[in-house]
Design a protein around this ligand. Structure first.
Ligand SMILES: Nc1ncnc2c1ncn2[C@@H]1O[C@H](COP(=O)(O)OP(=O)(O)O)[C@@H](O)[C@H]1O
Ligand SMILES: NC(=O)c1ccc[n+]([C@@H]2O[C@H](COP(=O)(O)O)[C@@H](O)[C@H]2O)c1
Length: 198
C-alpha cells in the first residue's frame, strides 16, 4: 500500500521538525521537501513592492516536484534506495507492504495537481508574533532583506491560507505552539489509526 502524507504549514511553523521525527519512526518512509524546488534567485520576480517574490507558487518548480512524487508512486522501493532509505519487507507479499511518502512544505496545498495527490493532509499554524520571532533567527540560502516578513511573507501566507481553505476540506490543523513532542504524538497516533483502518 502506498500512502502520501502532506505536512504543510506556515513558514517556521515546525514542518521540518515534525517531518524529521516521523521519517525516523514510520516504516519505509521517504520525504520530498518543497524547499528543494525553489527556482534560482535570478528567476524570482521582483514585485512592485521591491521584494523578490519568494512566497508565491511561481517561485517554485512545481512541475518538477509533482514529477518527483510520481517517481515515488511508480516505484517506492527504487525511490527509497536511491535516496538512501533502507527498505524492509513488512509482509510476505511485497505488493501489500506499506510505503509512506511525506511531502513537506509551505505551499503544498496551493497547487492543484499536488493538492489532489494526498491520502492525508496536516497543516501547522502559529500566530504572527511567534512566526516573526522564529523567522528572524533563521537564515535562508538568500537571507531575508529588511521588511520582507511584513511586506511579503505574512501577507502572502494570509492570501494562500484563504485559497487553501477553499481547495481542501480534509486537512487536520495542528497548533504549532504546542511542544514538538505533543505535535509529533498527535500526528503519529493519527497516522497509525488511519493505517490500521485502511
Ligand atoms: N513545537 C515547537 N515549539 C517551539 N519551537 C519549535 C517547534 N517546532 C519547531 N520549532 C522551532 O522553530 C524553528 C523552525 O522550525 P522548522 O521545523 O524548521 O519550521 P518549518 O520547516 O515549518 O519552516 C526551529 O528553530 C525549530 O526548532
Ligand atoms: N530555500 C530558498 O532558496 C529560499 C530563498 C529565499 C526565501 N526562502 C523562504 O523559504 C520560506 C519557505 O520555507 P519554510 O517553510 O521552510 O520557512 C518562504 O517563506 C521563503 O521566503 C527560501
Amino acid at each position: 500500500m502506498k500512502y502520501i502524507i502532506g505536512i504543510g504549514g506556515v513558514t517556521n511553523g515546525g514542518k521540518t521538525t515534525l517531518t524529521n521525527v516521523l521519517l525516523k519512526t514510520l516504516p519505509n518512509c521517504c520525504v520530498i521537501h518543497q524547499d528543494d524546488f525553489f527556482k534560482p534567485q535570478d528567476q524570482i520576480e521582483v514585485g512592485e513592492d521591491g521584494f523578490r517574490q519568494w512566497d508565491v507558487i511561481e517561485a517554485l518548480d512545481m512541475e518538477a516536484m509533482v514529477n518527483t512524487v510520481k517517481g515515488w508512486l511508480e516505484n517506492p522501493v527504487k525511490f527509497a534506495r536511491s535516496h538512501g532509505v533502507t527498505v524492509s519487507p513488512l509482509s510476505e507479499d511485497p505488493e501489500r507492504d506499506t510505503h509512506i511518502l511525506l511531502v513537506e512544505g509551505f505551499l503544498i496545498y496551493n497547487y492543484k495537481p499536488l493538492a489532489e495527490i494526498y491520502d492525508k493532509c496536516y497543516y501547522i499554524s502559529i500566530p504572527y508574533e511567534e512566526c516573526k520571532r522564529r523567522r528572524s533567527s533563521r537564515t535562508y540560502t538568500v537571507p531575508d532583506p529588511p521588511g520582507l516578513f511584513d511586506g511579503h511573507v505574512w501577507p502572502m501566507y494570509l492570501k494562500h491560507r484563504k485559497e487553501m481553505d477553499n481547495n481542501c476540506n480534509a486537512i487536520v490543523y495542528l497548533d504549532g505552539l504546542k511542544s514538538k513532542d505533543e505535535i509529533y504524538s498527535q500526528v503519529f497516533g493519527n497516522i497509525q489509526n488511519t493505517l490500521l483502518n485502511s
